[in-house]
Design a protein around this ligand. Structure first.
Ligand code: RB5
Length: 142
């Protein structure tokens, strides 16, 4: 599975932490930036992620900003992107099972690193349920 990661300056440090965590496990994440703590605009990172996923260069994405809010709003403006802020184990699983979310979102200033790793591990290993009602609702998103 190809996984892309992107963050604004608020999420830069957590992005670097997650890259190192997955590298240790033998998984190289596709880094869409930002590449330093210099201030940048989260919509541009979300746009890069949407492009990466919609052109199938990546199967899944991870986006991070200060709260997770701005970057998820920006990502969800793209048809075909379903970005979910993960804040507990149950939500991490349900975002996949019910919503077929393709981007996991975190707030680096509001969430603990160890929780983020735990939610991501659940998110990445949980398949979409393919349930009829869930497929219908996703189709209704347009
Ligand atoms: C950047 O300072 C901050 O506004 C951004 O990372 C994010 O939290 C916006 O939702």
């Amino acid at each position: 599975m190809q996984i892309a990661i992107g963050a604004d300056h608020g999420g830069f440090e957590l992005k670097e932490f997650l890259k190192a965590y997955y590298k240790e496990k033998g998984l190289e994440l596709i880094d869409l930036g930002t590449y330093s703590e210099e201030s940048c605009d989260y919509p541009l990172i979300a746009d890069k992620m949407a492009e990466e996923i919609l052109t199938k260069k990546a199967d899944m994405g991870i986006l991070i900003c200060g709260t997770g809010i701005g970057i998820s709003i920006a990502a969800n403006r793209h048809k075909g992107i379903r970005a979910a802020i993960l804040y507990n184990d149950k939500v991490a699983a349900l975002a996949r099972e019910h919503n077929d979310a393709n981007v996991a979102v975190f707030g680096a200033r509001t969430q603990d690193k160890n929780d983020v790793v735990k939610y991501l591990d659940i998110f990445l290993k949980t398949p979409f349920s393919n349930g009829e009602r869930h497929c219908r609702r996703i189709a209704e998103l347009g």
